[in-house]
Design a protein around this ligand. Structure first.
Ligand code: AMP
Ligand code: GLY
Length: 423
């Protein structure tokens, strides 16, 4: 089987690594890929949003299955473009990827189908949003409706801050057209957990839980980022929490999308907040999380191709999804200054130390080949993942491996998985 993966981050590297393990797979391509993905796949210089070129490539290269890792192409309708040409592709169609593509849509869906989430209002005019704030309780949360690289969420402590936020989202268009509409919602407190799942339109099978660290600095300080590290499983995701979410969140979401005529096939990523009133949905994503994929996929026992094909064929109920009884921690190595301003192009040393190790992985995010060297090429550069018999062991292993890698301006958080100590 010939597989094409669309995307270029640590998530796509983890997907490529997992796909390469499948005995069904003969050849992997990745568009556009990165310097790490090259180990498993032939990288092709086509951007993730160049649907026509991707479709042509899939046809001429006789690709049997395309797996889309990224949100932008999914929300933009890449699956529809492939299906129109009779190509087999894994991911939600445009009318279902809206679950991630529009926060206003997802909030309205949850309200309509009584799926627990924070109280909210949607706004299409800055004026009415500003008027609403006058009577609101603080802190309050502002969200640009569309995709904004995980940065379109503002938590505002005062009326002044919130007014500035509305202006920057809706009037100054800080996040572009993502801010044509916005959600203002109640601030929730509690532990956050990410649960990723495979969905075939009717059946949903959840993966092991994970926790992300979104802020740039130690102790959850600094700006929101795409994610600075993860651990899996979350000790706070108990059996009771799981039972509640199965009953009130997971299957109800899949059924709601089907009832709306938006059958969802692909990955649903549930961003959950474990509040005092019970688990509530913070957000939905329509793809694997990054870096969540980097701790979840290494623990997955199944052949990913079998699971993905079952999602496409609507036979997920026949899959017995299984995860290893261990733990994994991923520490993101970033360029100093991320997520604002950072330099690129510095040689990375030490990557070879990961070769042939069973329980240590280095997934590339922003890297590029430059002659004989691999150099930094982004804010998030690498994800260093390690497994261990439990979370503490996995964390110790991951931080040990972080030291094997060296590049100029290397920056990382020192407290990934620190919450484990409080469990
Ligand atoms: P989102 O992209 O919607 O997951 O938001 C990014 C981050 O903002 C989340 O991971 C939370 O840490 C925080 N956040 C979002 N919505 C809320 C909320 N209603 N209350 C508290 N924190 C929130
Ligand atoms: N790590 C969060 C995300 O992938 O959206």
């Amino acid at each position: 089987m010939r597989v094409l993966i669309v995307g270029s981050g640590g998530r796509e590297h983890a997907i490529a690594w997992k796909v390469a393990k499948s005995p069904k797979v003969d050849k992997i391509f990745c568009a556009p890929g990165n310097a790490g993905i090259e180990e498993y796949a032939q990288c092709v210089d086509i951007g993730a949003m160049e649907f026509e070129k991707l479709v042509d490539f899939a046809k001429t290269q006789k690709i049997d299955l395309t797996i889309v890792g990224m949100d932008d192409p999914l929300v933009g309708g890449i699956v529809d473009a492939f299906e129109k040409e009779g190509l087999r592709v894994f991911g939600p169609r445009k009318n279902a990827a809206i679950l991630e593509g529009s926060k206003a849509f997802s909030k309205d869906l949850m309200k309509k189908y009584k799926i627990p989430t924070a109280a909210y209002e949607n706004f299409t005019e800055a004026e009415s949003a500003l008027a609403y704030l006058e009577k609101a309780k603080f802190p309050i949360v502002l969200k640009a409706d569309g995709l904004a690289l995980g940065k379109g969420v503002l938590i505002c402590n005062t009326l002044e801050e919130a007014k500035e936020g509305v202006k920057s989202i809706m009037l100054d268009k800080k996040f572009g057209s993502a801010g044509n509409q916005m959600v203002i919602e109640e601030f929730m407190t509690g532990r956050e957990v990410s649960v990723l799942s495979y969905v075939d339109g009717k059946t949903i099978k959840t993966m092991t839980s994970a926790q992300d660290h979104k802020r740039a600095g130690d102790g959850d300080t600094g700006l929101n980022t795409g994610g600075m590290g993860t651990f899996s499983p979350s000790p706070f995701y108990t059996k009771e929490v799981d039972e509640f979410c199965r009953k009130y969140i997971y299957q109800p979401t899949v059924d709601a999308m089907a009832a709306e005529g938006r059958e969802f096939k692909g990955i649903i990523f549930f961003g959950l907040m474990l509040t005092e009133e019970g688990p509530k949905v913070l957000e939905y994503n329509a793809r694997f999380g990054d870096p969540e994929a980097q701790v979840v996929l290494p623990r997955m026992k199944n052949d990913i191709i079998e699971v993905v094909e079952a999602c496409i064929d609507g036979t997920l109920d026949r899959i017995d999804l299984q995860f290893e009884d261990n733990a994994a921690v991923c520490v993101i190595l970033a360029s100093e200054g991320y997520p604002v301003k950072y330099e690129k192009g510095y040689p990375i040393h030490g990557l070879e130390k990961f070769k042939d190790l069973e329980d240590n992985y280095v997934f590339h995010a922003g890297t590029k080949r430059d002659g004989n060297e691999i150099v930094t090429n982004g804010g998030r550069v690498l994800g260093v993942t390690a497994k261990g018999s439990d979370l503490k062991q996995a964390r110790a292993n991951a931080y040990k491996a972080v030291e094997w890698i060296d590049f100029k301006n290397k920056y990382y958080r020192h407290d990934i998985g620190k919450a484990i100590d409080e469990a």
